[in-house]
Design a protein. Structure first.
Length: 120
């Protein structure tokens, strides 16, 4: 992305975030911008937020789920989301909002920080 496109993305995001149509949901806006500019979700997220906001949350979620011998359907039912959503989170295609992160942490019996931290 060139400098003009980066500036355009930032302005568009800011305007869309305030639009009630998107309910202040960053993931929806980022997905639309990624499709518009034909780049991966992660590229737009880095342009907007700098470094990785959630580190490797997908891997952390998958480890939590699999160490408890749960399917994506089991986790989805407990967290009250669609199983596809669990898959997108685990593949880092989208990220849970704060309220869902808190629900996930409660379900797995860990802190939100343990879910969002980068593990080496």
């Amino acid at each position: 992305m060139n400098n003009y496109e980066i500036k355009e993305v930032k302005i568009t995001y800011k305007m869309a975030f305030e639009n009630p149509k998107y309910q202040r949901n960053s993931n929806i806006i980022i997905n639309k911008l990624a499709a518009e500019y034909n780049v991966p979700f992660e590229v737009i997220r880095r342009v907007l937020f700098g470094i990785k906001r959630y580190g490797n949350i997908g891997t952390n979620l998958r480890i939590l789920r699999m160490t408890r011998n749960l399917t994506q359907q089991d986790a989805a039912r407990a967290i009250e989301v669609n199983p596809t959503t669990i898959g997108h989170w685990e593949l880092n295609k989208s990220f849970p909002r704060k309220d869902k992160l808190e629900k996930i942490a409660e379900f797995y019996g860990v802190s939100v920080e343990e879910i969002t931290e980068e593990k080496s």
